[in-house]
Design a protein around this ligand. Structure first.
Ligand code: UDP
Length: 347
């Protein structure tokens, strides 16, 4: 279903395309772009996104529910964009292991289509749209050289271990984006998202924080995979979104790759305890072997931490929302959604 956005907008408003705009990060971005006064088109097939994540009706928002490969060829010649954010992707390690073919194809084929589209649908017929390609800290693979910086080597396991297909597909996306920049002068920015968290993220695809918050709210055991000694850095989506908008508006960032996230490490066991304590829950962590969580042979990354020197130098990026605030906000959003869907709030 398509809603035409009003073509009337302020002098400084931009025409922006967001793929995956009904997803977790995409919907926060759409909100920020609408607040900036932009005219926004969202393409999302709602495979993991939710229509309710973005406004049902807004005069500057057009929502197209479709696969990218179906929607892009149908766009009019007059559909021109100053900015494109390509966030549509297969998400979550669990989902990728469950649906490998679909995930690899989505990540590669859609990016091929999107980049070709971006070359021909910029603000004028002669220019490409400024395009942000969402990549992932997964591209570093199982490198042990943390903190990871953008020019570091990527280290993958064998092709017989399905886990690395996501990393490889995202690495191909990055190569494609940079090749379009080199070959056709397409103004692209690659953003490597580290663990991003916040309201609207759902636990269904394996993401740790919403799972922990839900368990703590229910008073259930908190499922910690492995020994819980693996560590991650969690950054609130409301810090990430303004940063990607700045990256795409800053000419010196074009043609480059940026880590984006927080660099405050926390072990997963510590995270489980922190969630329970912040929410005043009596839930205790429960260790679950990796084999049981993901199937046999799963290789988890022991430590994932970004080197943020490049993004700090480029746009002065600094994450500011404390993890405890994020935990509380996820909890209140889960409670609000439960109440809205007629269920009881879980606290
Ligand atoms: N994890 C966990 N319990 C869960 C979901 C995830 O212990 O219910 C672990 C997972 O094995 C990983 C970490 O938490 O070590 C972060 O998982 P997530 O999928 O959120 O991010 P990623 O693995 O991509 O860093």
């Amino acid at each position: 279903m398509t809603q035409e956005p009003s073509r009337q907008s302020g002098a400084n408003s931009r025409r922006v395309l967001v793929t995956g705009g009904a997803g977790f990060i995409g919907s926060h971005l759409v909100e920020a772009l609408l607040d900036r006064g932009d005219v926004v088109t969202v393409i999302d097939n709602l495979s993991t996104g939710r229509r309710s994540n973005i406004p049902e009706v807004h005069e500057r928002l057009r929502f197209i529910e479709a696969d990218l490969g179906d929607a892009l060829p149908g766009m009019a010649e007059s559909d021109r964009f100053e900015e494109i954010y390509h966030l549509a992707a297969a998400v979550g390690v669990k989902r990728i292991l469950e649906r490998p073919v679909e995930s690899i194809e989505t990540n590669i084929v859609d990016t091929v289509a999107l980049l070709r589209f971006a070359e021909h649908h910029g603000p004028t017929p002669e220019t490409g749209a400024r395009t942000l390609i969402a990549s992932s800290s997964e591209v570093y693979g199982k490198s042990e050289a943390a903190p990871f910086s953008e020019e570091d080597d990527c280290v993958y396991g064998p092709t017989t271990a399905g886990r690395w297909s996501y990393a490889c597909s995202k690495a191909i996306d990055e190569h494609l984006a940079l090749a379009h920049a080199d070959a056709a002068g397409l103004p692209v920015v690659v953003a490597r998202f580290f663990n991003t968290v916040g309201p609207r993220q759902v636990g269904d695809y394996g993401m740790v924080l919403p799972n922990f918050v839900r368990a703590a709210l229910m008073g259930d055991a908190i499922p910690v995979y492995g020994d819980g000694g693996q560590s991650r850095c969690f950054c609130d989506v409301r810090d990430v979104v303004p940063a990607i908008m700045r990256l795409l508006s800053t000419p010196s960032c074009v043609g480059r790759v940026f880590n984006i996230g927080s660099d405050h490490l926390i072990s997963i066991l510590e995270l489980a305890r922190r969630v329970a304590s912040v929410l005043g829950s009596t839930s205790e962590p429960k260790l679950i072997p990796y084999d049981k969580a993901y199937g046999p042979g799963f290789e988890d990354l022991r430590l994932r931490r970004p080197d943020l020197t490049r993004i700090r130098d480029a746009i002065g990026f600094e994450a500011s929302i404390p993890l405890d605030v994020t935990i509380r906000d996820i909890a209140s959003q889960i409670n609000t959604s439960a109440a809205a869907s007629g269920g009881n709030a879980v606290q």
